[in-house]
Design a binder for this molecule. Structure first.
Ligand code: GAL
Length: 672
């Protein structure tokens, strides 16, 4: 995958990709020329075209009109701007659902969702697959050899709005998927535990998607339905990719994934089907720690890209339009966000969208060229960043230094949050974010990876939450520690197998030997209840009664239902060490726990910087670049050795002073 990104960079003259979604169909032709001119002025070298152009390319069924795309691609090419051409399948035109009302998505309650927004189709609809397939054939045949074409952009944000459909076509496809997975009904009944509540199936026709029911739905049925739904979209992705590979074999294929912003789509599975990993990321304006979520998602993008560079396909220059209160970015924030992605392995910085719409549902969403045109702060920031990225071109291709891995798995997320669990407060992303933020505050960079990844190159592996784990992935973590690795495991991990069956023989099932303990009983806490630990810190959400079987108690509960029992344990296992965290520690306490583990594992931050300062190193073949991002309101001193490439830094003894909100990129001196 990194080769593909390197080829794209070479195609762009060695530059970091810079641009955004370009939707010229929303504008009269005269504007297109101005667009191309201003793109040049801003240093734009790659734009995504055609994401929502289906109704323009195929205005009536089977009638294809390419005039507008021919003209736009020609114009962009003349201006030296490469094109990431979308397959346009994300929004079928009104004629499609008028002809195929059966392709409308249906909710679990049986409500049909009509045309008038986007992604208005059932992922298992044969009519949709056929219409999309025909469109992609036409596009690929016409543009395969176009000189502007640098990348194919399959669909757009698969499953963002329509991942779960409960219609009859979905029911039939679900049955086919289950037949493939289980072979026969006995195996299905066993996997779903249908001996419970008289749910035994005697005929495939009785098997349904988990439509609305009077009481809890079968968890095995639900979990498989999440898997099936992600796979149904993946099948559509594969079908498009197959057409593109057949007709346009030289052009790489991507799709814009959504990381933690999309629960329903297994990002790792999609990443495996792309030549190049691309992601979108949007900040949650209400979250004061939104920049940490950005870092988490960038590290996950890199994990999906197998550690290599990736492309940031969309983020925003300022406010979005889909949150309750759409807060504009503060001066300098867009640059800080963009450079944080670059620091964490992006070789391309793109936005939604180039020119702010004047009509439609997204007219109040920011863009590179706002309604106010070139007289705006945002435009100036966009133009300045384009110039800065040209200076930063040697960063492209560099590998991000990370000695820690954090395990992330969509299947564990799905399973943890099914109905009827010990506590609704145990939320997958909450735990991932809480642990990630603690590590981030400690200044340590991690790769966010799938549990099946080869862990041997990491000094430390963090497992914030892994309710469901396959036998193979559990064995891999155990082996990693036996061979000398260090792991920290969060509560309620290792307890269920991939069918969501409890692992018997004592909790925490797969990790009882690794952790050297037995959980006698889970003791989840009341809403907002806190329990004290013996070091004066507190935990929330969870506690449990632990019997030590070789592990040592590092901290004990001082109050609450598990008072007197272990809260944090450490177990020497094989040649390595495994810690276990039996509550949700308060932020500072968790930071100390993880930093102690880092210390024992020999992991150090990229540079010793004050709290709230993010420092990440990207090392290329010839040089290493240290990115320093000051998220605080104070000027900070950071010890660095090297030359400041971009950003305002005041030289100081042994380092630099970085102003509030500033980003400084330092080309490090060898041996620093
Ligand atoms: C993305 C989507 C874009 C645009 C953007 C607005 O989810 O791919 O088309 O809608 O959000 O933030």
């Amino acid at each position: 995958m990194s080769d593909v990104m390197a080829r794209l960079t070479a195609r762009l003259g060695g530059m970091i990709a810079y641009g955004g979604d370009y939707n010229p169909e929303q504008w009269p032709r005269e504007v297109w020329k101005e667009d191309a001119r201003l793109m040049r002025e801003a240093g734009v070298n790659l734009v995504t075209v055609g994401v929502f152009s289906w109704a323009w390319i195929e205005p009536r069924p089977g009638r294809y009109e390419f005039g507008f795309l021919d003209e736009v691609l020609g114009l962009l090419h003349e201006h030296g701007i490469a094109v990431d051409l979308a397959t346009a399948t994300a929004s079928p035109p009104p004629w499609f659902l008028a002809r195929h009302p059966e392709a409308m998505p249906v909710t679990a309650e049986g409500v049909r969702l009509w045309h008038g927004s986007r992604q208005g189709f059932c992922p298992s609809s044969p009519a949709y697959a056929e219409a999309a397939g025909r469109l992609v054939e036409q596009l690929a045949a016409r543009y395969a050899g176009h000189p502007a074409l640098a990348l194919w952009h399959v669909h757009n944000e698969w499953g963002n709005h329509n991942a779960h459909c409960f219609c009859d076509a979905s029911a039939a496809a679900f049955r086919d998927w289950l037949r493939e997975r289980y072979g026969d009904l006995d195996a299905l009944n066993d996997a779903w535990g249908t001996a419970f509540w008289s749910q035994r199936y005697g005929d495939w026709a009785e098997v349904m998607p988990p439509r609305a029911t009077p009481a809890f739905r079968n968890p095995g049925q639900q979990l498989d339905y999440w898997r099936f739904s992600s796979d149904a979209l993946l099948a559509l992705h594969r079908a498009e990719a197959a057409v593109l590979r057949r007709l346009s074999p030289d052009v790489p294929i991507t799709t814009n994934l959504m990381g933690t912003l999309e629960k329903k789509v297994d990002g790792f599975a999609f990443a495996r089907e792309c030549d190049l990993v691309a992601v979108d990321h949007y900040l949650t304006a209400a979250d004061p720690q939104a920049h940490i979520d950005l870092s988490l998602n960038a590290d996950l993008a890199r994990g999906m890209a197998g550690g290599g560079p990736w492309l940031l396909m969309e983020h925003s220059t300022s406010a979005v339009n889909w949150q309750p209160r759409n807060i504009a970015k503060a001066p300098g924030e867009m640059r800080r966000n963009s450079l944080a992605h670059l620091a964490r392995g992006a070789d391309g910085i793109m936005y939604f969208q180039w020119r702010q719409s004047r009509a439609g549902a997204e007219k109040w969403h920011s863009a590179m060229l706002p309604h106010g045109g070139t007289a705006t702060t945002t435009w100036r920031a966009v133009r300045d960043l384009g110039a800065e990225l040209r200076t930063l071109r040697p960063v492209a291709g560099g590998a991000v230094e990370a000695e820690v891995a954090m395990l992330f798995d969509w299947h564990a997320w799905w399973a943890l949050e099914l109905e009827a669990r010990p506590s609704v407060d145990v939320r997958y992303l909450d735990l991932i974010r809480h642990w990630y933020a603690a590590l981030w505050r400690g200044g340590v960079t991690c790769d966010v990876v799938h549990p099946g990844t080869d862990l041997s190159r990491y000094r430390l592996v963090l497992v914030p939450s892994q309710y469901l784990v396959t036998d193979a992935d559990a064995a891999s973590l155990c082996r990693y520690v036996e061979d000398g690795g260090h792991a920290v495991v969060g509560f309620f991990s290792g307890v269920a197998d991939e069918r969501d069956h409890v692992r018997l023989g004592g909790h925490p099932g797969a990790y009882r030997g690794l952790l050297g303990l037995l959980v006698d009983e889970f003791l989840p806490l009341r809403e907002k209840e806190t329990v004290a630990l013996d070091d004066g810190t507190t935990g929330t959400v969870w506690s449990e009664r632990i019997v030590l079987e070789g592990a040592q108690a590092v901290r004990t509960f001082a109050s609450g239902p598990a008072a007197g029992g272990p809260a944090l344990t450490r177990h020497a296992h094989g040649r390595g060490t495994a810690w276990y965290v039996a509550t949700r520690p308060e932020a500072d306490a968790l930071e100390r726990i993880l930093m102690d583990a880092c210390g024992e594992a020999g992991v150090t931050p990229a540079v010793s910087a004050p709290g709230g300062v993010e420092a990440v190193r990207r090392a290329g073949a010839d040089s290493a670049h240290l990115f320093v991002m000051n998220h605080t309101d104070e000027t900070v001193f950071v010890p660095v050795r090297g030359t400041v490439v971009t950003g305002a830094a005041r030289p100081a003894d042994g380092g630099v002073e970085v102003a509030p909100g500033e980003v400084v990129v330092v080309r490090e001196t060898a041996g620093a």
